[in-house]
Design a protein. Structure first.
Length: 288
């Protein structure tokens, strides 16, 4: 009978060759680790293999260092890039936000109630509006104004805070600024952004009002990793909702904000649970 404890998480990727699943599962069995959840995917386009396992050590003397040393020898044969995450690990998260508070409020609530296994260590904003919300949660809040002339200087301060708080993930919870190419490169693979998704696409000011004028029948949101292509980074999660002629612009905004907060939560949760793998410009996302 398996011991009931919080699971360890094992993830790996490597070239697609025979024996990739076997080398992992065989070691798990030999080491006395009960595999509680397993997902794998072999991408015939990229020629890469991806695997994620949640496992429960059945030996009371389970040792992380021993696991890493023993499995490293086997992984080397497959050129495997792999990681092991302890059950008690809470990634340190920095949240960046401007004035809209719906995504920030949602993330802080889920953080406070334990729905998100993260440690929100700092909130950074280009406006002072949400400082009281941060203070209520006991989280440091930094107001760093930005203009076109001070953009690089402001981003340097943001980087310093990210380093100071040992940040593992940056969440752009409706941070209404375009990051510079150097900042995008700095945050590659460890920053998640959320934005509206409307068909057809509406850019510029008041997108929901533009959408209402065109009579859209669907609103949505996309959460993705940040890269230098504006709002076009590798997608993690998306959400949609059907609307009709009875929904006015303000209704579309309200529904859009609801979808944004849930979609961003899903993306952050998948990331911190190690369910997301970068696969070129795309992602592999294993559901829970």
């Amino acid at each position: 009978m398996k011991l009931k404890t919080a699971p360890w998480i094992f993830t790996a990727s490597c070239p697609s060759i025979i024996g990739t699943v076997d080398v992992v599962t065989r070691y798990m069995a030999q080491a006395g680790n009960y595999v509680d959840e397993i997902h794998s995917f072999d991408d015939r386009e990229s020629g890469l293999f991806f695997i994620r396992i949640e496992f429960l050590p059945q030996n009371a003397d389970f040792n992380e260092a021993t696991f890493k040393a023993e499995f490293a020898e086997r992984a080397a044969e497959f050129s495997m890039d792999w990681s092991l995450t302890a059950p008690n690990h809470k990634p340190k998260v920095a949240i960046m936000v401007s004035k809209y508070d719906h995504c920030l409020n949602d993330l802080l609530y889920r953080f406070r109630t334990g729905q998100l296994n993260i440690d929100v260590t700092v909130i950074i904003s280009n406006h002072p509006d949400l400082e009281d919300l941060a203070k209520w949660h006991g989280i440091p809040y930094y107001h760093l104004p930005i203009t076109a002339e001070t953009k690089l200087e402001q981003e340097a301060k943001v980087r310093a805070l990210i380093e100071e708080y040992d940040t593992e993930l940056v969440v752009l919870a409706r941070y209404m600024q375009v990051l510079s190419p150097s900042m995008c490169e700095y945050l590659d693979g460890r920053a998640i952004n959320i934005h509206h998704s409307l068909l057809p696409g509406f850019k510029g000011a008041r997108p929901y009002h533009q959408a209402w004028e065109k009579g859209v029948k669907m609103v949505g949101a996309t959460a993705h990793y940040v890269n230098n292509d504006l709002d076009e980074g590798p997608i993690i999660s998306q959400g949609i909702q059907v609307v009709n002629h009875a929904h006015y612009a303000e209704d579309l905004i309200a529904k859009g904000q609801d979808i944004e907060r849930v979609t961003l939560f899903n993306a952050v949760k998948c990331h911190v649970e190690k369910r997301v793998f970068l696969n070129g410009k795309r992602t592999v996302v294993f559901g829970g």
